[in-house]
Ligand binder design. Structure first.
Ligand code: CP
Ligand code: NVA
Length: 307
């Protein structure tokens, strides 16, 4: 049984093979070459305990394009929202579905679904990780830059789910990554250690910094994310003060390579983590990233759900 709980579940070869398949599915999609045989008759359950635009729509449309069916399950409507255990939910849903995509708070809940169920589980974002986003981002970087190996990715901002998955994704694909966060909002040490361990085998260079100017120097890719993730909305004002030096604006972005691309998983908050001139400017690829969620996740579903 294969899952996607964390990018570290997969080898570098498996990740690159999924990116190749995503490219193929994108080509077929653009050229109207039908590929709805892949998941004919399969059903994906999509459990959401947090809001979503891209994840929900791209999984649902992707499943449709592959010939299957996707079922939206808001946690406030199913019994898990009233206290039914992850154990019982996993056992029950395994009797109906061919796979589950889940967006929730605790990474442990996603891991428990995989332990107790007997169908593939896909992590659609937790407080700690967002592997599907980073697969789409690696696909986008490769599309724009022609390669991943040896590039310098810079992430500035909160040491959050995106930062953790980006660290692991870069380490797996021989991409160098420099992360700058305020010292109060560092990445979790657990994920830094995992990424460092992978990098010692693949040769990626990883830098964990607090100075955004140092991190962004000569970067090929500049990435940021909201300063207040879902569930932390109450901290938005207080965080805005500490994070101010980490805003990606024209001054900071000018320190990256001249042809650097700007990335953001979205939703974005203009005037906070990124200035309008950058996210709406010529180097921004944020809507290509959003589009590639569809293609990358179709590849994930073919890998995990097809016979
Ligand atoms: N990037 C991302 O996961 O977007 P949604 O929250 O809209 O799904
Ligand atoms: N870090 C953000 C990502 C949203 C896709 C959050 O968790 O809200």
């Amino acid at each position: 049984m294969k899952h996607l709980l964390c990018l570290n579940d997969w080898t570098s070869e498996e990740i690159l093979a999924v990116l190749d398949l995503a490219d193929k599915l994108k080509y077929e999609n653009k050229n109207k070459i039908a590929h709805d045989h892949h998941l004919k008759g399969k059903t994906l359950g999509m459990i959401f305990s947090k809001s979503s635009t891209r994840t929900r729509v791209s999984f649902e449309v992707g499943m449709h394009q592959l010939g299957g069916y996707a079922l939206f399950l808001s946690s406030s409507d199913i019994q898990i929202g009233r206290g039914e255990t992850v154990h019982d939910t996993a056992k029950t849903l395994s009797r109906y579905l061919d796979g589950i995509m889940i967006r929730t708070f605790m990474q442990k809940d996603v891991e428990d679904l995989a332990v107790y169920g007997n169908i593939p589980i896909i992590n659609g974002l937790t407080d700690e990780l967002h592997p599907c986003q980073i697969l789409a981002d690696l696909m986008t970087i490769r599309e724009k830059k022609g390669t991943l190996k040896g590039l310098k990715v810079c992430y500035v901002g909160d040491g959050n789910n995106i930062a953790h998955s980006l660290l692991i994704g870069c380490a797996k694909t021989q991409t160098n990554i420099s992360i700058a966060t305020p010292k109060e909002y560092l990445c979790m040490q657990k994920y830094i250690d995992i990424a460092m361990g992978i990098a010692s085998e693949t040769g990626s260079n990883i830098e964990i910094l607090t100075d955004p100017k140092q991190a962004i120097k000569d970067a090929d890719v500049v990435y940021t994310d909201t300063w207040a993730s879902m569930g932390m909305e109450d901290e938005k004002e207080q965080r805005a003060i500490i994070f101010a030096p980490y805003q990606v604006n024209e001054e900071l972005f000018s320190l990256a390579k001249q042809n650097a691309i700007f990335m953001h998983c979205l939703p974005a908050y203009r005037g906070f983590e990124v200035d309008k001139a950058i996210i709406d400017g010529p180097n921004s690829v944020v809507f290509d990233e959003a589009e590639n969620r569809l293609h990358a996740q179709k590849a994930v579903m073919v890998k995990l759900l097809s016979d």
